[in-house]
Design a protein around this ligand. Structure first.
Ligand code: PLP
Length: 228
């Protein structure tokens, strides 16, 4: 079942990429395994999937020791500073760097741990008051400091638009993230290749708008029970 779902999603990514004149291999599929057991990760791994994501450090810590060692973990949820050290035990790719203070804390702890981290800046392009993240207006003035970090490499931007039953409605938010990325690249002269955007319902739209990594959970693993 998981293997079939992965195949279908790869096909959809390829079709969306082709529609936008992009190559399918410009888009990475990140399997969001939150709430699913290590067995589900192992099943996807056996089908060739390597990149997996959790949104809670606690769940990452309990799951990581139980999955194949070739799994590459990403963190996609709001990270509290007191969880950074634990997160870095298993993960070097953070999609949810949502403030300068957090970036500074990651820098300090990564330095102590002797590791390097790839970071996506989470931008709340939809100006959704319930979501964490930089605003489109705030991020340009912060880039010099963010790009000066030695242990944290800013590899691009990430966004989570509010869930919308009509996937097409997310398109403008994805386009806004890409345009912001283009402006920041021009401003800083630093490449920011990564665009982490698109989930189960709208990853095809995100790929059309330039996503380089899509975060897909339920379309791979099935429906999630609500968290309590
Ligand atoms: C849960 C989650 C996803 C995946 O959501 P699905 O709708 O299950 O694909 C993607 N990104 C973030 C930040 C998430 O928390």
């Amino acid at each position: 079942m998981i293997a079939e779902n992965l195949e279908i999603i790869h096909g959809n990514i390829a079709a969306a990429a082709a529609k936008a004149g992009r190559r399918a291999d410009e888009v990475e599929l990140l399997a969001v395994s939150k709430t699913f057991p290590p067995e589900a990760v192992a099943e996807a791994y056996a089908a060739g999937q390597r990149a997996f994501a959790e949104n809670r450090v606690q769940e990452l810590l309990s799951k990581a020791p139980l999955v194949p060692s070739g799994v590459v973990w990403h963190i996609i949820g709001h990270l509290q500073s007191n969880k950074i050290r634990k997160a870095l035990q298993h993960c070097r790719i953070l999609h949810s760097v949502d403030s300068v203070e957090l970036a500074r804390d990651i820098e300090r702890i990564a330095d102590e741990a002797g590791v390097y981290v790839d970071a996506y800046l989470q931008v709340n392009v939809a100006e959704d008051g319930r979501k964490h993240g930089f605003t489109t207006a705030s991020v340009p003035a912060l880039m010099d400091e963010l790009l000066s970090l030695k242990r944290v490499s800013v590899v691009g931007l990430m966004t989570i638009p509010a869930l919308d039953p009509v996937p097409e409605n997310s398109r403008r938010h994805f386009a806004a993230l890409r345009q912001l990325r283009d402006r920041l690249q021009a401003q800083t002269g630093t490449p920011l290749p990564g665009l982490s955007m698109g989930m189960s319902g709208d990853y095809h739209i995100a790929v059309e708008e330039g996503a380089t990594i899509v975060r897909v959970g339920s379309a791979i693993f099935g429906g999630r029970a609500a968290r309590t």
